[in-house]
Design a protein around this ligand. Structure first.
Ligand code: SAM
Length: 385
């Protein structure tokens, strides 16, 4: 039973959109199918899907590769400020936001007559607060950092979609990362990389340049059946129609399914002791204490045991001038070590530098384009016979 008082979003079917880093759309679609959601349309940069409130909560809790889940409120043609204002004002905002709540508006636009995202966000906010003032006599305040309700306005080819952001903070903020080391991978990308390798937890997985441990931690979360969102809060928890009983049930079900990761299954190595300290702390915070083995060692000492497994390497890219010279040698060694010491394993290298990748000197059997924020990367696969 829903404890909803305000129910402007009907319980039956929600039109949702999971925003996904480019290259991971099919993975997110597969994740949604695994959650029992069948009405799915993968597109560029995300997956549209239809579900109910329980599906929305589950998607936020479980999606490993999506960065946020939006719930659509309205879709209307919009090529002028007047159309924008009228379209936003038409929504019954007073049923979603009370004057004592705070809001923020995010905007993205592409190929539209209105081209200034700051202006579009401001105009949207004006229409929302005007509608609430009209209905309640008072208006809510804006809080751009921790708002109660985050509204998303998206303009594409003069079609305007107004959505509520059910995730709040981006979903790559799992809550286990305490500090950021120099070049951490986004958690969503690390999860996408592990999923793309097809690793299912039945063979070892090693990351010889693990830094703060994002790849081993994401792999361990999968192997342990821990939902990536278990240790964080979500935007929908502040909504007026938040169904705490339903949410409690969904979380309890998830916790029941958690299991321990067998010792020795997942290993991480790095020569930077400070990064490893972060990796160990992140592991504990993620609820995986003692379930990932970390070693303070250079790649040159890496010698995995066992006749099969998956080795994933995310070497430095060398963004600063002069660094590339030093890194050429490292990329040569990566190729050498994979070839000589990882026989029977499958190797993956994730890099944002294709020039350096050539120095690996092995023929990649697959090359997958992925984005780490704005950096275009390749995940290269090597069969190591
Ligand atoms: C791009 S970062 C990896 C980031 C990591 N995936 C994360 O999420 O934090 C590259 C890592 O390689 C490590 N590294 C560089 N040279 C190394 C070497 N010769 N042996 C082992 N680790 C090395 C660095 O210390 C750094 O942590």
């Amino acid at each position: 039973m829903s404890n909803a008082k305000h129910n402007v979003i009907p319980d039956a079917t929600l039109n949702c959109f999971a925003a996904v880093p480019r290259g991971a759309e099919e993975l997110a679609a597969a994740e949604l199918v695994a959650l029992g959601i069948s009405d799915i349309k993968p597109g560029k940069g995300g997956v549209a899907f239809r579900t109910d409130r329980a599906g929305l909560y589950r998607a936020n809790l479980w999606l490993r590769t999506a960065s946020r889940v939006l719930v659509q409120l309205a879709l209307f043609p919009c090529s002028s400020p007047t159309e924008l204002y009228a379209g936003v004002y038409a929504i019954a905002w007073q049923e979603l936001i009370t004057p004592d709540m705070t809001l923020a508006v995010d905007c993205s636009l592409r190929d539209s007559t209105l081209t200034h995202s700051g202006f579009v966000a401001l105009k949207t906010k004006d229409a929302i607060v005007d509608r609430i003032r009209e209905a309640c006599g008072q208006r809510p305040n804006v809080d751009t950092t921790v708002p109660d309700v985050r509204v998303n306005v998206h303009l594409h080819k003069n079609a305007c979609t107004i959505s509520l952001d059910s995730s709040g903070d981006s979903l790559d903020r799992r809550g286990y990362r305490l500090e950021r080391n120099e070049a951490p991978l986004r958690e969503t990308l690390a999860a996408a990389v592990v999923a793309l390798t097809g690793w299912d937890g039945s063979i070892p997985l090693a990351d010889p340049m693990c830094g703060s441990g994002t790849i081993p931690v994401e792999a361990a979360l999968m192997a342990a059946h821990i939902p990536p969102g278990l240790h964080r809060r979500f935007g929908f928890e502040r909504w007026l129609d938040f169904d705490s009983e339903l949410w409690g049930r969904i979380c309890a079900e998830a916790v029941e399914g958690i299991r321990r990761v067998p010792l020795g299954l997942i290993t991480g190595y790095d020569l930077d002791g400070k990064a490893l300290l972060l990796a160990r702390r992140n592991t504990v915070k993620a609820g995986l204490e003692g379930q990932i083995h970390f070693f303070h060692a250079a790649l040159q000492e890496f010698h995995p045991e066992g006749d099969k497994g998956v080795v994933i390497i995310n070497p430095p890219y060398g963004k600063r001038l002069g660094e590339e010279d030093d890194l050429r040698e490292l990329y040569c060694q990566i190729g050498d070590i994979m070839k000589k010491r990882c026989r029977g394993w499958t190797g993956y290298v994730l890099t944002g530098n294709l020039e350096l990748a050539k120095y690996i000197g092995l023929k990649a059997s697959r090359r997958i384009v992925l984005f780490n924020g704005a950096i275009e990367c390749r995940l290269l696969k090597y069969e190591l016979y």
